[in-house]
Design a protein around this ligand. Sequence first.
Ligand code: PFF
Length: 458
Amino acid sequence: MSATTTLSAAAASATTGHAQWSSRMGFILAATGSAVGLGNIWKFPYMVGQSGGAAFVLVYLACISLIGVPILVSEWMIGRRGQKNPVNTMAQLARAHGHHRNWALVGAIGVLGAFLILSFYSVIGGWALAYMGDAASGSFSGLDKAAIGAAFDNFLARPGDLLTWHTVFMLLTVGVVAMGVSAGLERGSKLMMPALGLILVVLVGYGATTGSFGEAAAYMFNPDWSKLDGKVVMAALGHAFFTLSLGMGIMMAYGSYLGEDVNLLRAARTVVVMDTGFALCAGMAIFPIVFANGLDPAAGPGLVFVTLPLAFGSMSGGLVLGTLFFLLLTFAALTSSISLLEPVVELLEERTPLNRIGATVVAGTTIWALGIAALLSFNLWADVKLAGLNIFDLLDHVTSKFMLPVAGLGAIVFAAWKLEQRSVQRELGLGVGGFRLWTLLARYVAPLGVLFVFWNNL
Ligand code: PFF
């Protein structure tokens, strides 16, 4: 990942020559900016709805803490030691410890995953942009659930509109990465992220006035274990990776700019608490509206876009709040999408004669074109299916359920089994007991958890 574009006011380290975060805060902000995005506000609630509620939520929380956190820390640790892009970092660390150079595949799968994810991520980023315009023009005011649902269905039925907004979102992403102004964007997130959080809290408050708050809370936190099956567990695990931006080399790249003084466990706690907080708030904002209006929790990817507009259309100040919400959602999506584009661009820059701008344009155009196939899944190509999945779902499933877990598994196995463990203990600043717990998680619980889920699904 190009240092100039991803560091908030980066300064080259005197000893390594590799750029470093100017502050612990800059690092945490960038990592949180990548983690918090559409995954929290758009994807998490509809996955909860499709998977039947609390059983999914609890498995997801277990996956985040038992598998996600150790992998997040492992990716940072590997990045900080390798000080290079994910592919070279893995190759070099493997060589230095006398292991096979195929470990570099862990980084390579990540870059391919980022490429695929961004194609459909940008389509949804486009929806957020489109809805910002709708909210600002007062299109939601006074509409009932049928009208809002119909408006969304009509929107999906117009490939031209989806293409326009997907294109605008992709141009924004490409522009930010090509011009190397990510640092500015990240500084902006100091203001925008808390603002988005605040609006979510207001929406949770609104949910409390709908009369269905208790029902929503029970739906999200009181599990009906009969809803649990292999598919739900797989979905929960995949989403834990997606939401924390794991298995994509991104956190590894962020770790490579990290100074020795940053405590990885504490940093992970901050990022994970924020990420999970956003997701749970989104759920508690959306489900009261779902139940109060008799909507279908399993409506799928459109869930956020048919519930929140209903609230914005009927609350006082809904016009301003709705516009702001979709603006900030777009912003959160952008801080994640730039983190997805960066590794692809960087790889092209290093492996081809292209310069930064050229690499960004080539990567952006290819991803944009793949995105068109994804957006056609909602209309013209709705019946184009492979293994029962349309192209949009296929891209989502292949990345979240296979590529990210495999790459994440590679990272943690490497960190826990292939690195010299005394130095790991020192790096994590753990005493004997703490390190035992870490070893248990990183060597056994997390890798076996991932393998178990895979095996269960085969
Ligand atoms: N974590 C982001 C989200 O939850 O929206 C999406 C994402 C960004 C996934 C970056 C993967 C990634 F590398």
